[in-house]
Design a binder for this molecule. Sequence first.
Ligand SMILES: Nc1ncnc2c1ncn2[C@@H]1O[C@H](COP(=O)(O)OP(=O)(O)OP(=O)(O)O)[C@@H](O)[C@H]1O
Ligand SMILES: [Mg+2]
Length: 278
Amino acid sequence: MIIDINGVKFGYSSDQPVLKDVTVKIEGPKFVSILGPNGVGKSTLIHCINKILSPNEGAVLIDGKDVKDISIKEMSKIAGYVPYSANDTFPLTVVDTVMMGRHPHSYRGSLDEDLDIVYDTLEMLGISDLAMRSFNELSAGQHQKVMLARGLAQQPKVLLLDEPTSNLDVRHQLDVSKLLKRMSEEKQILVIMICHDINIAAKYSDEIILMHNGAVFAVGTPKEVITEENLRIVYNVESSVIDDLGSPHVILRDSLPEPNEEASVPKLESAMPESSSV
Ligand SMILES: Nc1ncnc2c1ncn2[C@@H]1O[C@H](COP(=O)(O)OP(=O)(O)OP(=O)(O)O)[C@@H](O)[C@H]1O
Ligand SMILES: [Mg+2]
């Protein structure tokens, strides 16, 4: 499975490009993390891969085929998508919600087979006890696991996840990240995850794509990409990157002023109203 993103440009409006020129080739099976600051275009890029959006210029090729020539139905068998903390509400049980992931395959499998896959997936994520609960009554972390189960039950060749661990406690962040890595190896699929936790990404990913200014700033192994200099340029933070059993581990030191921030933001003391002084 090769996803070839070639000179992709995209803007929600014509005067404000979000993706300015994204070129990167992702070859699986592998566990890949996309990192980058808020608003840099990570979710937008994922949407250009799974055909929710189409690029204004450039192309996304999956195994050599332009996604614009892949039907939505075909795409649903190739790519699973776990959206960012879905606000979606489903007036359904957890089992029925996860069963929606089987939809692209429903013409060939039997209902029993699909149900087995759904229950196995719930078991794998440790949420079998939620099976008969109503999706709308779950906590944010439980929602996230159910949406992840739906993506896994789809058994796609590429799994795209938008911040799949953002609502999980530390233990479950580790569990889900380990599971995603294991899935990429055992099921030989390409797992692409957007993530804000640099240390989780560094510990588990085979490859990291670091975005900056609407483009790919760096791509490579965690060790190649997670450097103090890259973090300074892309995130405007001062950090120390240490070695943790072969993986880079970031200790954040301080935020740096944004370019022009010093000039444009008034100092706190002078911005205080006089009456507030004691
Ligand atoms: N539906 C939309 N309509 C208009 N502008 C949008 C839309 N979705 C996103 N944008 C804008 O496009 C830019 C990139 O957004 P995107 O969601 O891709 O960023 P992101 O890298 O995923 O950020 P975050 O880390 O905060 O999730 C932002 O400036 C955002 O405001
Ligand atoms: Mg996003």
